[in-house]
Design a binder for this molecule. Structure first.
Ligand code: TNX
Length: 546
């Protein structure tokens, strides 16, 4: 009896000790999403992150300081440790104690490149720029297991990494349903977690105008609240509940700055000359029929578009785009160009007179109305060029001839991007076949929230090959890849998060990682750890992994 009891006691103590040892410590895993290019683990004593660690910037660059504060925030959220941030210099003496050292002087052709070197006393996160440093911080942050109250062991390692593409985009439609500035900021945080750097902000459409402009306040006062919304997919119905929303100028500025602190550029979209019922509602004289018009309560493609034979349209576009260029620091402004039916223009004496004036005729490439649309797009391009900006347009802009320097956003498959690259134009791949995240992510549609249709499982988003069909000499024209989130059927931010997560994780590996590392099963392992970070941050995500 005594012996048995003694054995039991010894076992219990051993078990408790083993538990203590394993519970008190957790080990970092560098295989994060998106997977870094090179991870070289080394033998030897790990770096143990505990409350005595200091975060040190190697210079007084204000961006690096912001990075350091952000890193301290991430570590606090994940582990509960509150680490101090200070400034030091690698060359004027070794910092005291255990240190995470941030720098932005790494030599690399790619400004977004970074390296992480872990030794027992120092973790060095070096970027080729503050942005590169920031991506090093993202990888570091994602490597930490989400287990509060434990010290974290970081195995010694050399990581070197840089992105495949300079344009790593996510789109957000805030016109069909409105998402307040706080939600947009959370969207930006989610993007940063996936190393994305361009937010394509779809601010105007047939169902609402969300961007305040000083010169044209009527676009908000008359164009931001619709009479109601159709119920589900029944376009003959209307809930008769006024629906709308818009940002204040201060909120727009705040979102731009918030994004910039996370190395994300906001590309605003003013969708023209179709998808313009909001502007027509405010200015009925600018449509071919003279109206009256009202904000749409249904979805789809409206026949009423801006009248391209009306001088007032050009004046409005000049004012709007000039002010948009002043507000947004981005090099690119998106001017839409998609889904502009030509029925009204064909029947409109003013549009037909303009076609005659410009000498347009039908030919084997395009109709005279398509050429008229190109004329509008060229006008908008020139207005923006005067402000030092370039344009992005949906792939329909290929139809009547492309303005110089125009970037094509390929959405009706990858063909538009392939064609643009062949013509020497830059292109962004956002094919509906892989990256329309308003589509279902499961075949089990009965148990999914109502969606526009389609089926894009995680594996499909993971399988896109951006260079397929592009000759090696034209690859330089593929700026990058983007996913779009159209919100006809997405009413809440919770639902928006559910649609993009985890498909953004798949996208991020296509945008960032070396295609040689593409492996769906290995990706799913990495994803399970990323999901812990989704949970920690309170992001709503889907568990579907078809
Ligand atoms: C096509 S993509 C559209 C949008 C819709 C979307 C729905 C593009 C340029 N136009 O207006 O919201 O499909 O999936």
């Amino acid at each position: 009896m005594a012996t048995r009891g003694g054995t039991r006691l010894t076992l219990a103590i051993m078990f408790a000790m083993a538990n203590l040892l394993t519970c008190a410590q957790a080990t970092a895993n560098y295989e994060v999403v998106p997977i870094p290019d090179n991870i070289e683990i080394k033998e030897g004593k790990p770096f143990v992150l505990d409350g005595s660690t200091t975060i040190v910037c190697t210079n007084d660059d204000p961006q690096l300081r912001k990075n350091a504060t952000m890193l301290a925030g991430y570590i606090k959220d994940i582990t509960g440790m509150d680490l101090p941030v200070s400034q030091g210099n690698l060359f004027t003496g070794k910092p005291q104690g255990k240190t995470i050292l941030l720098s932005s002087e790494l030599l690399s052709d790619n400004p977004e490149a970074y390296q992480i070197n872990v030794t027992p006393d120092i973790i060095m996160i070096g970027g080729a720029s503050p942005a590169g440093n920031f991506y090093g911080i993202q990888t570091f942050r994602k490597s930490i297991p989400v287990e509060k109250g434990k010290s974290i062991e970081f195995p010694q390692v050399n990581i070197s990494d840089s992105p495949q593409f300079g344009y790593r985009g996510a789109h957000f439609d805030v016109a069909r349903h409105f998402f307040p500035a706080d939600s947009v900021k959370t969207y930006i945080d989610m993007m940063a977690l996936h190393n994305m750097n361009r937010l394509h902000w779809h601010l105007t459409d047939d169902q609402g105008w969300r961007l305040p402009l000083k010169k044209h306040p009527e676009l908000i006062t008359k164009g931001s609240v619709r009479r109601g919304t159709c119920i589900g997919k029944d376009f003959s119905s209307c809930d008769s509940i006024p629906y709308g929303g818009f940002y204040t100028s201060a909120e727009i500025q705040d979102v731009i700055n918030y994004a910039a602190d996370r190395y994300i550029t906001i590309i605003p979209e003013i969708d023209l000359p179709g998808h313009m019922l909001a502007a027509l509602t405010a200015h009925p004289d600018l449509g071919c029929t003279g109206g009256p018009y009202e904000l749409w309560t249904i979805w789809g493609v409206a026949d009423d578009v801006l009248c391209a034979g009306n001088e007032g349209v050009y004046n409005l576009l000049d004012d709007v785009l000039t002010e948009v260029a002043e507000i947004f620091p981005s090099e690119y402004i998106h001017i839409g160009g998609d889904e502009c039916p030509k029925d009204r223009w064909k029947a409109c004496p003013k549009c037909q007179a303009k076609i005659v004036e410009l000498g347009f005729t039908d030919d084997e490439h395009s109709s005279k109305e398509e050429k008229l649309q190109s004329h509008v797009m060229s006008f908008a391009t020139d207005v923006l060029a005067r402000q030092g900006k370039k344009i992005i347009g949906w792939d329909e802009i290929l139809e009547g001839g492309l303005p110089d320097n125009a970037v094509v956003m390929s959405w009706r498959g990858a063909e538009g991007g392939q064609k643009a690259a062949g013509m020497g134009h830059d292109a962004i791949m956002a094919p509906y076949t892989h990256y329309y995240l308003d589509y279902y992510q499961s075949k089990d549609t009965e148990n999914e929230p109502l969606s526009i249709g389609g089926y894009i499982p995680l594996s499909k988003s993971y399988s896109f090959e951006p260079y397929e069909g592009i000759s090696p000499e034209n690859r330089q024209h593929i700026l990058g890849v983007q996913a779009n989130l159209w919100t006809e059927y997405i009413h809440t931010f919770d639902h928006a998060q559910y649609m993009v997560l985890p498909r953004w994780a798949a996208l991020s590996e296509v945008q960032w990682s070396d295609p040689k590392s593409r492996d769906f099963d290995a990706f799913k392992q990495r994803l399970s750890r990323l999901q812990d970070h989704y949970k920690l941050n309170g992001y709503n995500y889907s568990n579907r992994q078809e």
